[in-house]
Design a protein around this ligand. Structure first.
Ligand code: FAD
Length: 465
């Protein structure tokens, strides 16, 4: 899209001159090839920003947003561009604001179990730095070795450990953000609790770069669990695996991961698993526990037995960290292989109430036949967050894939679920927002956006139609 089709001001030579003065020459990128790479995310689509600003300080972010408000050009915040919903694509041109170089871990405070970081720090780098001090930062999107903590906060990213530890939001105690008007605010606390005023931290976390640019995060850490163990189980079919999941949770176990793969996924990566049993299984469950060594050992053995009672043909303990990390590599390989093998690929990350996971997955074969599509399902069974990956089969059209997506989303909502558990809405799912949220809620959300961003310059075109 082109800024000139909207009410935004194009970045003329004069505007670029003012921009250079505001953020400094070194921060400004105009080379078209480099700009192109900042206009995409992991959806593999993109738009060309008219300029890229690589900020290294919050002052540059302030100066940029003040100028954008005055001149009226759009600004799209970007972490490392691993988003799966087009959230950092500059659909109206303007400036892409990269936070990637604001990547300092300012402080890790073991006495108070807190880390203070800039937004461009890679999730895995904080995990590593915390681990060296015997501390743990749990949020673990599968992209943890490439995605930024600012992006994680903006999307409220989750991962396999959510079932025990919760999402990014549960670890953001406070933050600093530059509002779309260019005013800098701090929100929240550095303490374990705090209830003074409205919770603006929770408003900004998950706002997908539409309400403010996060320039600093105060994050909660916890002590590093001394032991982690894994058991895997092969089930005859997906519903029996989900039955196993419910049995584990209802018996009061607290796994730190409860992940599954369906038969279609096993067809793609089963041969890579370091265990026999994938070729004739209908579903695969990966269960992990962490904590004190003796209780972890007992819990993992018992959860393996629960799987067998629930119908698993085989259950194996992962004997060492090598096999354990191999399994996680395989788990990560799934989405890559699905994408590589399909001419059309639509990833969805729905969530249903725990008791209805089986019902959802049991209905998938009928939808596959009705719409002539393939639906690969895998993901976080322990919190009902099912990654449904829709692909075309030979001869099926994009309309059929879209039809299957819509049918599933409607079914999920009818079950009391939600259309996105972790990836967010961004660009690609905004036309589904009204199916989940009531008109009054949408109106209120638009009002909040208008109050904070009266000129609609921060990440326009996202969330709302
Ligand atoms: C292979 C793969 C696996 C993935 N697995 C998971 C998973 O398990 N769980 C999960 O939740 N996600 C997952 N994702 C999606 C993605 O990694 C997350 O959404 C991540 O949080 C995005 O971080 P980012 O730095 O790449 O942000 P970007 O993609 O750059 O941006 C994402 C959104 O955040 C906004 N934003 C970024 N930085 C800031 C900031 N400092 N201030 C304000 N807004 C900002 C952008 O405007 C955009 O709307 C996966 C992606 C891939 C490619």
């Amino acid at each position: 899209m082109d800024a000139r089709n909207h009410s935004y001001t194009p970045l003329t030579e004069e505007v670029l001159h003012r921009l250079r003065r505001a953020v400094g020459d070194k921060a400004l990128i105009l080379d078209p090839q480099v700009r192109e790479s900042f206009g995409r995310d992991a959806t593999a689509s993109g738009c060309l920003p008219e300029a890229v600003v690589e900020a290294t300080t919050a002052e540059q972010v302030e100066a940029l947003l003040k100028l954008a408000n005055e001149v009226r050009f759009p600004v799209t915040p970007r972490g490392t561009g691993t988003g799966l919903t087009g959230g950092s694509i500059p659909v109206f041109g303007g400036v892409t604001l990269s936070l990637e170089r604001m990547n300092r871990i300012t402080r890790i405070d073991p006495a108070n179990l807190v880390a203070v970081v800039e937004p461009g720090v890679i999730n895995g780098d904080l995990k590593k730095a915390a681990r060296e001090l015997g501390l743990f930062y749990p949020p673990d999107p599968a992209s943890f070795d490439t995605c930024s903590l600012g992006g994680n906060a903006a999307t409220n990213a989750g991962g396999a450990s959510c079932v025990k530890y919760g999402t990014t939001r549960d670890y953001v105690l406070g933050l600093e953000a530059v509002l779309p008007t260019g005013d800098r605010i701090t929100t929240g606390v550095q303490t374990r609790k705090g209830v003074v005023g409205y919770d603006l931290t929770r408003l900004l976390v998950g706002s997908e770069g539409t309400l403010g640019v996060i320039t600093r995060l105060i994050l909660k850490l916890i002590p590093l669990p001394p032991a982690v163990m894994t058991v895997v189980a092969f089930f005859p079919d997906l519903p029996s695996a989900m039955h196993g999941v419910m049995r584990i949770l209802s018996k009061g176990y607290t796994p730190c991961a409860l992940e599954f793969l369906d038969r279609h996924c096993l067809d793609l990566v089963g041969d890579l698993l370091p265990f026999e049993g994938a070729h004739d299984a209908g579903a695969f469950l990966l269960v992990e526990a962490d904590g004190a060594p003796r209780s972890v050992e007992r819990e993992i053995e018992e959860m393996g037995e629960v799987c067998l009672e629930a119908g698993a043909g085989q259950a194996f303990l992962a004997p060492d960290s090598v096999k354990r990390s191999r399994m996680w590599d395989v788990r990560k390989e799934v989405s890559l292989r699905i994408e590589q093998g399909a001419s059309l690929y639509v990833p969805e990350d729905v969530v249903v109430p725990l008791g209805r996971i089986s019902e959802l997955v049991e209905g998938l074969p009928e939808l596959e036949n009705r719409f002539r599509v393939r639906i690969y399902s895998f993901g976080h069974a322990g919190d009902g967050n099912i990654h449904l990956n829709f692909t075309s089969r030979s001869g099926s059209s994009s309309m059929q894939v879209q039809g299957a997506v819509e049918a599933v989303l409607d079914r999920v909502l009818a079950m009391g679920g939600t259309i996105s558990g972790e990836h967010g809405i961004g660009l690609v799912k905004k036309h589904f927002m009204a199916r989940e949220l009531c008109a009054e809620s949408l109106r209120l959300q638009r009002e909040i956006k208008r109050v904070l961003d009266p000129n609609n310059i921060l990440n326009p075109g996202k969330l709302f139609e």
